[in-house]
Design a protein around this ligand. Structure first.
Ligand code: PA5
Length: 356
């Protein structure tokens, strides 16, 4: 059964329309490319630029990791993907800070932005509104506006394209926004293959969860963002535990855990494997087979690295939404995250605690 045929079945359950939203991924990317293609930096940028610090939490963090993967071995300016409440000591006015918060009200991101101001670091704010938009206006920071009314994680196509546009403005030779547009058009053609893959993967994962197993998602550079995104999308959309682990680092510690019985299954992202990675994968797959650990390999579609990353994001986001719906769970609300934010609001008045 195709996903389009499934839409009416889930219309009552999927009140926030997350399934429909994911299905507009490539259209959203094209729309975002149109929206942000003429972005220019309005303030003076440090020259030489020592690095771009992209700060954000959760759904507003992942775009930074995506661009770090994309440019890992081709762009010489360091990108620091920051998900902290404080800035590291080395961050100074030779850096650019890009603060991303979909709602504009995330305490961690606001505090980092305010600290950047204290250190004289130039700031670009990426948000749909909230306190961050107010601060950007008050402090005369450039504001790149996101469309409102989405769940933060569903705004990924807009956030990643906005970030790409900021990097293009720093270095026009990157041409990231153009590439995003082209890649989305190409990938939209293979939508049904990715949908089929997502349906199969969601069913397989559902069976494993049903057998009381929990997944570890494995990925390696330059696909770490896709693996980590999958873990977080399972958490937020399906309201399930999932763990993420990096190869090769986990081969030096976590791998020992397979010596003991466990209730785990694994999903491993595989693409563009040089021999050193291929042999590591062969070893792991063989180990899991011998230990009776269920595993699935996920491979991207597309030619360029950008297409591969985008195809993985689409397929795995869709898988997480299907996993939710197949469990009778509404993917959109994140009640416990909202409760925590409310609790923190009641304890810390971020507005009045800002020393502006
Ligand atoms: O997807 C989500 O809802 C969360 O992961 C949020 O992105 C996270 O809590 C941070 O909020 P915001 O994106 O509004 O800064």
């Amino acid at each position: 059964m195709s996903i389009e045929q499934l839409l009416p079945r889930y219309s009552n359950l999927d009140r926030g329309g997350m399934l429909k939203r994911v299905l507009t991924y490539f259209a959203d990317l094209e729309d975002a490319a149109q929206r942000y293609k003429d972005t220019r930096l309005e303030r003076e940028i440090p020259d030489p630029l020592h690095g771009v610090i992209v700060t954000g939490m959760g759904g507003s963090f992942i775009g930074a990791l995506f661009l770090q993967d994309l440019l890992y071995d081709s762009w010489r300016t360091p990108i620091l993907a920051l998900r902290e409440i404080t800035l590291p000591a080395f961050a100074d006015k030779r850096h650019l800070l890009v603060a991303v918060s979909y709602s504009g009200n995330t305490e961690e991101t606001i505090r980092v932005l305010v600290e950047a101001r204290r250190r004289g670091i130039p700031v670009v704010a990426v948000t749909s509104g909230g306190l961050m938009a107010e601060l950007a206006e008050k402090l005369s920071y450039q504001l790149v506006r996101l469309p409102s009314g989405l769940a933060p994680r569903a705004a990924f196509p807009y956030m990643v394209t906005a970030l790409a546009a900021i990097l293009d403005a720093l270095d026009p030779s990157l041409r990231l926004v153009d590439s995003i547009k082209r890649s989305s058009l190409n990938l939209a053609q293979c939508g049904s293959d990715m949908q089929r893959h997502a349906l199969e993967l969601a069913d397989w994962m559902l069976n494993n969860y049903g057998a009381n197993r929990l997944p570890i998602i494995y990925a390696y550079r330059p696909y770490l963002s896709a693996g980590y995104r999958f873990k977080t999308q399972i958490n937020e959309n399906a309201k399930l535990h999932a763990f993420f682990s990096e190869i090769p680092e986990s081969n030096h510690n976590e791998i020992m855990g397979w010596e003991s019985p466990s209730n785990l299954f694994t999903v491993v992202i595989r693409a563009e494997e040089p021999p050193h990675m291929l042999h590591r994968m062969e070893f792991l797959l063989d180990l899991w087979s011998k230990r009776g650990i269920p595993y699935r390999e996920v491979k991207p579609l597309g030619g360029s690295r950008l297409e591969k990353l985008l195809s993985l994001f689409f397929t795995l986001d869709l898988t997480s939404v299907l996993l939710a719906l197949k469990r009778d769970v509404d993917p959109t609300p994140v009640e416990t995250i909202s409760q925590l934010k409310k609790y923190l609001d009641s304890r810390i008045n971020i507005r009045s605690s800002l020393d502006l």
